[in-house]
Design a protein around this ligand. Structure first.
Ligand SMILES: [Mn+2]
Length: 655
């Protein structure tokens, strides 16, 4: 019997999916090419390695696409390798990219580009405009990439420049997945004012895939278009390998559903997938996500061929002077560029970039670190959370969800870290209480503590009680933290599992106005203890069933207008989204759900203090837990600013 030995997927030359290398473009429907350029990156670099890493993804075949129900080989493609660029030289590289693109387009093929940072889309669009005129932009991203201050040419500005150069048909364009930081309302309004549609991440996550698909198809219609996919559209739990990740995004499954729903129905002239940074990846997750999206993009070319709707380009430029004209814009922009603002990592790292000071009179928010983890029952390491969270960028100017400028008329101070006597838990608790006493004696602003383990909240509550009386209480956690851990004399020990039993026992907590949310562990005695003191509990299994809106209402009803302390244990979030914690419990919530619940529940409440605890950076993957922690602190700040500036909440020290 003769055995046929099949070729192994990894054998042969490493082109994308073993496509022929530099085949005759006139025989091809599409061309794949890499642009390993990352010199225009503001965050972590490394996207220069993406094209080869994506080519290295294990599965080398594109056969039958079962979701699109098409044989992918119906469309013929070739891999042209990587386009030459000059690292460190942004504008010369752009012109090299545009010339390579023009060569492809002169053969009428669809271009499929593996970036690179997002700046590369601008020179791609210059070539696309030259051949097809201004195109509709379908833009998946967590960022708008229309920044209007500072550097004119980097990965935060391609679409400001593209609009200015007339490369985009704004009225048929759409941006999907935006979230996180906006620096001004001008930046926020940029796309809207030009007729571009925007689906923010928080809208996207409330919509079904079909509604998103419909919205995109309606907006773009029959216009020739360009689809650009920034991998940070995805939540960093799904795609950690990227330079400027933003928590609170969708999963890969939803992204692929949307791509499959639109790509074979639109007249797409070019695709790109950008911002994959393989050295920051974890387990190849991000490259696999990029590969999956590419498979659907290329499958959609085959589908259009099958449907008879794939229109080959004429190869004749419609606007042959496009690239020449960009030189005028470049000269003008470079002349106007002025001072490039200091990079956010300049100087020492402080929480949200607030000034570091111990003079806190008049501050609206005082943030302090509590680097202590000796009361931890399982894995320690939360002592490193304050310094890691300080490295994250966070609190934005313009809050897109509340639609107001959160930093205006709102002063924050990074008080630094508390002095911690590590060797003794009792001494540590006393030290934290007395340092918070000092802060509360100097300001009526909100306080935000960054742990550290959860035992610290007991010390904070003792201090809060001295100023405000027993505190109403909102507690996000997977654990009850009302254990009983009696010593030989029957006194409950101080651990990160006992703070709220201790706080109820010493009268710091007004349990009748307290609520615990997300619990999914603990013994019956802990639950019974809390319930017997009037505490409300929304267990994880219940929160998964009811809507976030109704949970928020229960939180608000429980607290009323009592002075309240909000404590957020990062392990409320599922370990898939927040692995960097000492005692993770599966079955939790996404970061996006957590953020939404905070925004629904907290505005308008009489909040005196917050804390964020239990981030343990050394167990993190791809920094996603630290980023989630930083974003939660940013939400606290936005809500505090909203209460002050929009709801005009007056400061009432006695509650
Ligand atoms: Mn806890």
């Amino acid at each position: 019997m003769t055995e046929t030995v099949k070729k192994q997927p990894e054998s042969g030359f490493n082109t994308y999916k073993n496509l022929p290398y530099r085949a005759d473009l006139d025989t091809c429907d599409y061309v794949v090419a890499g642009i390993g350029f990352d010199s225009a990156t503001s965050g972590s670099p490394g996207t220069r390695f993406a094209p080869d890493a994506i080519r290295n993804c294990y599965w080398k075949h594109m056969g039958y696409n079962q979701n699109l129900e098409v044989e992918t080989s119906l469309a013929s493609g070739t891999d042209y390798g990587n386009i030459e660029v000059k690292h460190g030289y942004i504008l010369p590289s752009f012109h090299m990219i545009t010339s390579a693109m023009k060569e492809f387009l002169s053969h009428g093929v669809v271009t499929v580009i593996l970036g690179g940072d997002h700046s590369v889309t601008l020179p791609e669009l210059r070539a696309i405009k030259e051949y097809y005129g201004p195109v509709a932009l379908v833009h998946f991203d967590s960022h708008r990439d229309v920044r209007c201050f500072g550097t004119k040419y980097d990965h935060g500005t391609p679409f400001s420049r593209a609009v200015e150069e007339g490369l985009i048909d704004c009225e048929h364009s759409i941006q999907i997945g935006m979230r996180g930081g906006f620096h001004s309302k001008e930046y926020y309004d940029f796309a809207k004012d030009r007729g571009m549609k925007v689906i923010h991440a928080y809208e996207l996550l409330d919509m079904k895939a079909d509604a998103v698909i419909d919205t995109i198809l309606k907006q773009v219609g029959n216009a020739p278009c360009f689809l650009t996919f920034d991998i940070d559209f995805l939540d960093p739990a799904a795609a950690p390998g990227t330079g400027t990740p933003v928590v609170g995004g969708p999963e890969t499954t939803l992204a692929r559903q949307i791509i499959r729903g639109i790509a074979s129905l639109l007249d797409i002239k070019g695709f790109d997938i950008v911002e994959v940074a393989p050295d920051l990846d974890s387990g190849g997750l991000t490259c696999q996500a990029a590969d999956g999206i590419l498979v659907d993009m290329i499958g959609s070319i085959a589908k259009r061929k099958e449907l008879g709707t794939l229109r080959r380009g004429s190869g004749v430029p419609l606007f042959p002077d496009t690239e020449e004209k960009t030189k005028e814009f470049e000269e003008k922009n470079l002349a106007e560029q002025g001072d490039i603002p200091a990079f956010p990592s300049t100087g020492i790292h402080t929480f949200m970039g607030f000034p570091h000071s111990r003079d806190i009179s008049g501050a609206d928010a005082v943030i302090y670190g509590m680097p202590y983890d000796c009361a931890t029952s399982n894995r320690p390491g939360t002592r490193f959370a304050p310094r890691e969270i300080r490295k994250c960028w966070g609190f934005s100017n313009y809050d897109i969800e509340f639609q107001f400028n959160a930093r205006e008329n709102f002063t924050g101070i990074d008080y630094g870290d508390f002095d911690i006597p590590y060797q003794n838990v009792h001494e540590t608790m006393l030290a934290v209480t007395s340092q918070l006493d000092q802060i509360l004696s100097e300001t009526d602003g909100v306080t935000i503590g960054v742990g550290g383990d959860h035992a610290l909240t007991f010390a904070e509550l003792r201090s809060m009680k001295k100023k405000y009386g027993p505190m109403a209480f909102i507690h996000f956690d997977s654990h009850t933290d009302t254990w009983d851990a009696p010593d030989g004399d029957g006194n409950c020990l101080i651990t990160h599992g006992t703070p709220f039993r201790l706080a109820i026992n010493n009268g710091s907590l007004d349990a009748a106005h307290g609520i615990q949310i997300g619990l999914r562990s603990g013994g019956k005695t802990d639950h019974d203890f809390a319930l017997s003191h009037g505490m409300k509990i929304i267990k994880a299994q219940e929160l998964h069933k009811i809507s976030l809106e109704s949970a928020a209402q229960r939180i608000r009803d429980t607290v009323g207008d009592c002075p309240v302390f909000v404590t957020f244990d990062i392990d409320f979030i599922d370990p898939a989204y927040a692995p960097g914690t000492g005692t993770p419990i599966a079955g939790g919530f996404t970061t996006a759900e957590a953020l939404k619940l905070l925004r629904l529940a907290l505005p308008g409440l009489n909040i005196k203090g917050f804390d964020l605890v239990e981030v343990a950076p050394q167990y993190d993957t791809g920094n996603i837990t630290t980023l989630a922690g930083a974003r939660i602190i940013s939400e606290f700040l936005s809500i505090a600013s909203y209460n002050k500036n929009v709801l005009k909440q007056t400061v009432s020290p006695q509650g």
